[in-house]
Design a binder for this molecule. Sequence first.
Ligand code: C5P
Length: 401
Amino acid sequence: MLHGKRVLLIVSGGIAAYKSLELIRRLRERGAAVRCVLTRGGAQFVTPLSLSALSEDKVYTDLFSLTDEAEMGHIQLSRDADLLLVVPASADILAKMAQGLADDLATTALLATDKEVMVAPAMNVRMWTHPATQANLETLRARGVHFVGPAEGDMACGEFGPGRMAEPDEIADAVSDFFESSAPLAGRRALVTSGPTHEPIDPVRYIANRSSGRQGHAIAAALARRGAQTTLVSGPTNLPDPGGVEVVRVESARDMLEACEKALPADVAVCAAAVADWRVARAANEKLKKNGAGAPTLEMAENPDILATLSATANTRPALVVGFAAETENVVEHATAKRERKGCDWILANDVSPSTGTFGGEDNTIHLVSADGVEDWPRMSKSDVAERLADRIVAALGAAE
Ligand code: C5P
């Protein structure tokens, strides 16, 4: 199905625009998240309110809107999507796409995207058969744009012939087929750890560390989107469950290890959790009380190293085990040593020295350390790190076959 898939639906002008409302429902029933861009022409046929109510998201209409651009720039709109879907695709928007024009938000997003594009043309039969339109279609097909329909049939204008837009179910089927064929990790299993762990002191207190879980959750989502059957073992976070991912919630490091071992076998394991190194050796069964005898002394015990344990698992070791390392100095040297110590295949070394602004920030500066050497990634957002890592995992698992 379409769980975890994000579709940017561009609704251009045409009487068939009313069918885009039904399409949103069909796509969401299958599990996709739908975000809409409405062109000026499209807004003559359907209202932003209808699209917004059905998609349960904001509708984007204006390229030069300060609020739209501040909240979600036109580049980010397509970056956040797995597929751009133009329904209906009028003769006009197809012509603009073929020419590379970008005079509104929809066409700008279409020109700025590096994602796949699918269109459902809808127009009068004479517009469809016009040599200008046919030449545009040829150009777009040659560029890899996917087409669904049009069908032959009665038209709103009273004529008959090709140009009638495909029905919502047919378009939803085409979207499902597209994702099925573009799921390079289909049949693979992935395990991801994320978030902090909480180590109990007594029933109400715990030791933890600062970790939002954002990076680990984004990686699980990116692997699931590529078709992997993904288990996310997560310590306590405030994040929503990523779509299409089986989430196992745990508290302590020992619970996390147990859940990870249960999730094996897996083809790839990514340990992004910030696991507590130590726990309180004997957590109290009752709340510790102030008894006038001063503060209690907590005896600590070492927690299992999940990354090292998974890397050393006999029989069921994942083909690829990936860990993270946050370093403030000699980033690559320390990460290289950590890779060897832990026995994993890759370490994503994260430069968290104050000059990078990584701590508390949105972006990460990553060096991928593997047996083949070091790959320096440009500074990018955590979700882009997840996408790039997932693509590298696809390539590595493919090459290992
Ligand atoms: O040793 P250090 O905590 O710097 O290593 C970080 C890497 O090891 C991360 O991938 C983290 O998820 C993993 N790790 C783990 N279990 C631990 C400690 C760290 O899986 N107990």
